[in-house]
Design a binder for this molecule. Structure first.
Ligand SMILES: C[S@@+](CC[C@H](N)C(=O)[O-])C[C@H]1O[C@@H](n2cnc3c(N)ncnc32)[C@H](O)[C@@H]1O
Length: 399
């Protein structure tokens, strides 16, 4: 008897993914040919961790033990972690911090559409990861048009091998993408597939005037990013709108190290000033991802990290000043079903006053969504977020 699988019964997972991306508009027809030629599965290792978007958890799939489960997972519209803890992790249990991944297919294809490439456009990608995105770019534009930079040598080597198996040979550089890749500059397009808190001057310098930089950007207020599309001007500055929220693992040197706040709060509440607030957790946008004021609070309250510790009957929101040498902090305790919440503030920066002032400013303007904001980056690295127009900078509430 034949041991061959019955191919007629096989589910065409890639076909299903392609159709759903086309139907939703995430995959534009100009990218279809490259998408068909460069299947995502060709870039994924046997052991990988698809993210469950509903529960926020990760589970292992292993092609060697369950090929059908693996294939279903790699063609689902979810991000898949391929490396934990900068490679210092082994085994099939998820690690602590995901440090390399194949991004969610709809995010990949939408970003490629945002990049607005044209024949012979020269593209620099930061964050090679699995190599899938670089493969799509190479298939569309040709190998000589694509340079991709990956900080992790093991990841870069695997990506190069996966690309070569499909006959694709873009230039895969192992190095710090924050420096770009001056040897092949100038570029018409820069696409960044890691979250950024400070856009490096090198990317502006290496993009030709009129060229585009597409990057997930945000502040340390939150891990959430917003995709920004900047057009580089003749004077070397770059400016453009935020397009939509998303979240990427951060550029290695720009991760927030929470350990830095270990000694921030001495005795609690110590001599911190105590007040009350009628603001709720929901007013702060803490009951949902991506929507609400969180992104804007980060724009208006610079150098402020925040975290929510949720308990059974109450949640405490902590705010920490990130300014070098400062230990200002604030906390707000929200008790379930009870108002007002209790505020403590310590140090020269009154972080809660800044956050609540920024919230009021945002509400007075009709709670504008992320798409109403934009960013200008000057050649000296200064970042100026704006509302509606580049000459309407958002105010800073830093005291
Ligand atoms: C979300 S993954 C990229 C996904 C990838 N484009 C793909 O198609 O699979 C982010 C990658 O950025 C890399 N990375 C982080 N910091 C970097 C840096 N400073 N320079 C270059 N790559 C970096 C990580 O190692 C990781 O592989």
């Amino acid at each position: 008897m034949s041991q061959e699988p019955d191919l007629a019964d096989r589910v065409d997972h890639y076909g299903e993914l392609t159709r759903s991306l086309l139907d939703s508009g995430a995959l534009t027809t100009d990218w279809s040919e490259a998408f068909d030629a460069v299947p995502r599965a060709a870039f994924l290792p046997d052991l990988a961790w698809p993210h469950d978007m509903d529960t926020g958890t990760d589970r292992a799939v292993d092609r060697r033990t369950d090929p059908e489960d693996w294939e279903r997972a790699v063609y689902a519209n979810v991000p898949i972690t391929t490396q934990w803890d900068d490679g210092k992790h082994s085994g099939s249990e998820p690690g602590r911090v995901p440090t390399s991944s194949a991004s969610m297919p709809s995010v990949v294809t939408r970003m490629l559409a945002d990049l607005a490439v044209f024949p012979d456009a020269r593209v620099l990608e930061i964050g090679t990861g699995t190599g899938w995105n670089a493969g799509l770019l190479s298939a569309r534009l040709g190998d000589r048009c694509v340079v991709t930079v990956e900080v992790d040598e093991t990841v870069a080597v695997s990506a190069r091998a996966a690309l070569a198996r499909l006959g694709l040979r873009p230039k895969v550089v192992c190095g710090d993408g924050g420096e770009g890749h001056p040897d092949e500059a100038p570029y018409d397009r820069v696409i960044v597939t890691a979250g950024v808190r400070q856009l490096p001057a090198a990317w502006l310098e290496q993009t030709r005037p009129g060229g585009l930089i597409v990057a997930p950007w945000g502040t340390h207020y939150s891990d959430e990013d917003a995709l920004v599309r900047l057009t580089v001007a003749d004077d070397g500055s770059a400016s453009g709108p935020f397009l939509r929220p998303l979240e990427f693992m951060k550029l290695r040197a720009q991760r927030l190290d929470w350990r830095r706040f270990g000694n921030h709060v001495g005795e609690y509440p110590g001599d911190a000033a105590e007040t009350e607030t009628s603001v709720s957790l929901s007013d702060l946008g803490e009951d949902r991802r991506f929507l609400g004021p969180k992104f804007v609070l980060g724009l208006c309250v610079p150098d402020c990290a925040h975290v929510v510790n949720s308990g059974e009957d109450s949640s405490t929101v902590w705010f920490f000043d990130m300014t070098e040498g400062s230990r200002s902090w604030a906390s707000v305790v929200f008790r379930t079903g009870a108002r007002p919440a209790t505020v403590h503030q310590s140090g020269p920066r009154k972080l809660w006053d800044e956050v609540s002032g920024a919230l009021e400013w945002w509400r007075e303007r009709g709670s504008p969504g992320l798409g109403s904001f934009g960013l200008t980056v000057l050649p000296d690295g200064t970042h100026r977020p704006w509302l509606a127009e580049p000459d309407h900078p958002v105010p800073s509430f830093a005291g």
